[in-house]
Design a protein around this ligand. Structure first.
Ligand SMILES: Cc1cc2nc3c(=O)[nH]c(=O)nc-3n(C[C@H](O)[C@H](O)[C@H](O)COP(=O)(O)OP(=O)(O)OC[C@H]3O[C@@H](n4cnc5c(N)ncnc54)[C@H](O)[C@@H]3O)c2cc1C
Length: 347
C-alpha cells in the first residue's frame, strides 16, 4: 500500500516532488503558506537551467542536476514550459571546466561555450509542475502555514525552503539551520542573445547577464548573507555592485536604465547543502532542504530521487504514470494553478 504523503512548501522542489508522487499514485497533499506556488526563491531567481558544467563531480547536488537534465526535455515538451535554448558563454573560464562531461567548446582565447545552458520562466516552470500534479490527483492547500507535525500523514516531506529548519524543529529535528542569501537583479529593455557568465568563485556563480523568455535582459544576482528571512528588498547599493560587473560583460547596458528590479532569497544551509534524507529524530519526516543555488535546475532529479527513496525501487507501486500533455493553446492540466499571465520577474 502507498503511504499518505504531505509535502510542506510549494516552491519548485515541493511541486516537482508532488508531481513525481502523483505519477506514482501516491495520495499527496501539498501545503503552501503563501496564496500561490512558486513565489519565494523559486520565483525570484535567474531562471537558468544549469547543465552542471561547473558543478563539483560526485556531489549529490551535481548528480541531481545531471539527472534532471536527462529528465527535463520530456517534461518541458509535455507541459509546454517556455524555454530559451540560448546557451551560455564564459570568458576566461578556468581550465578544468567543463566538469561532468557536459558538452562545451573552448575558443582560442579561453572562452567556453556551453550550448546546453538554457533559460526558462521559473514561475511558469513551477506552476506547470503544480498543474500537472494537480491534474494527476495531488491536492494543493494554499495559504496554509504548517506549524506542527501533521499527524494525519504517514510521511511528511519538508520542502519549506527558508523555513525548512523550523519545520524540521517541529518534528524534534534541529540537525541543520537555514539562512537567507539575498540575490538582487535589474531588468532591462536591452537584448542579449546568450547567458553571459563570469568565472565562478567557490562562494557564488557571480553576476550574470542573461536573456528572458520575453526578450528582456537581466543582470545579477548579488550574494548578501542575511539573518532576516523576510527581507526581500533591493538595497540601494545593489545597482552599483551589479552594474559595474554587468556593463563589462555586456557594454550595451552602459547607458540603459532598469525597467524593474527584484530580490530573491536563497535558502542556504549553514555549513551544509542539499540536506536530503530521513530525519534521525522522526522517521516520518524527510527533509529536502538547503537547496540553495540550483534547485530550479535540479528539481526533477530531486523529485525522482525522493520518489525512489519513498517507494524503495524505481518501478514500485506500478511505476511512473505518463505526464499529462498540452494539446494546444489554453488546454493542458486543467487547474488555476497554471497562471502564466504576467512576466515572471514582475510577480
Ligand atoms: C538570487 C537567486 C538566483 C538563483 N538562480 C538560480 C538559477 O539560475 N538556476 C537554478 O537552478 N536555481 C537558482 N536559484 C536557486 C533556486 O531558486 C532554489 O534552489 C529553489 O528555488 C529552491 O526551491 P525550494 O522549493 O526549495 O524553495 P522555495 O522556492 O523558497 O519554496 C519554499 C516554499 O515553502 C513555503 N513554506 C515555507 N514554510 C512553510 C510552512 N511552514 N508551511 C507551508 N509552506 C511553507 C514557502 O512559502 C515557499 O513557497 C537561485 C536562487 C536565488 C535566490
Amino acid at each position: 500500500m502507498t503511504p499518505s504523503v504531505a509535502v510542506v512548501g510549494g516552491g519548485v522542489v515541493g511541486c516537482a516532488v508532488a508531481l513525481e508522487l502523483a505519477r506514482r499514485d501516491v495520495a499527496v497533499t501539498l501545503f503552501e503558506a503563501r496564496e500561490t506556488v512558486g513565489s519565494a526563491a523559486s520565483g525570484t531567481n535567474s531562471g537558468i537551467l544549469h547543465t552542471g558544467f561547473d558543478s563539483t563531480p560526485g556531489e549529490l547536488e551535481s548528480e541531481l542536476i545531471l539527472r534532471a537534465n536527462a529528465l527535463r526535455e520530456e517534461v518541458i515538451d509535455a507541459l509546454g514550459i517556455p524555454v530559451l535554448r540560448c546557451g551560455a558563454v564564459m570568458r576566461d573560464a578556468p581550465a578544468h571546466l567543463p566538469y561532468n562531461d557536459v558538452a562545451a567548446s573552448r575558443g582560442p582565447d579561453g572562452t567556453l561555450e556551453i550550448p546546453g545552458e538554457w533559460v526558462t520562466d521559473p514561475v511558469a516552470f513551477t506552476h506547470a509542475l503544480a498543474g500537472a500534479a494537480s491534474s494527476l490527483g495531488a491536492e494543493f492547500v494554499l495559504g496554509e502555514h504548517v506549524a506542527g507535525p501533521l499527524p494525519d500523514f504517514d510521511v511528511v516531506i519538508n520542502c519549506a525552503g527558508l523555513y525548512a529548519d523550523e519545520v524540521a524543529r517541529s518534528f524534534g529535528d534541529d540537525s541543520f539551520s537555514i539562512y537567507p542569501r539575498k540575490g538582487e537583479f535589474f531588468v532591462f529593455d536591452v537584448p542579449v542573445d546568450r547567458i553571459l557568465l563570469p568565472a565562478p568563485t567557490t562562494r557564488t556563480k557571480g553576476v550574470l547577464v542573461f536573456p528572458t523568455i520575453d526578450g528582456r535582459c537581466i543582470a545579477g544576482p548579488t550574494a548578501v548573507d542575511l539573518e532576516d528571512k523576510e527581507d526581500w528588498s533591493v538595497r540601494e547599493e545593489a545597482r552599483e555592485e551589479v552594474m559595474r560587473k554587468a556593463v563589462e560583460m555586456h557594454p550595451p547596458l552602459r547607458k540603459a536604465q532598469p525597467i524593474a528590479s527584484y530580490a530573491g532569497l536563497r535558502p542556504a544551509g549553514r555549513g551544509v547543502n542539499y540536506v536530503i534524507g530521513r530525519a534521525a529524530a522522526d522517521a516520518r519526516l524527510i527533509n529536502v532542504a538547503a537547496i540553495r543555488s540550483t534547485g530550479l535546475s535540479a528539481s526533477l532529479g530531486i523529485a525522482e530521487h525522493i520518489g525512489i527513496f519513498i517507494s524503495g525501487h524505481p518501478q514500485n507501486w506500478g511505476g511512473v504514470r505518463p505526464l499529462p500533455t498540452f494539446s494546444g493553446e489554453g488546454s493542458g492540466p486543467s487547474t488555476d494553478l497554471v497562471r502564466p499571465d504576467v512576466e515572471w520577474w514582475r510577480k
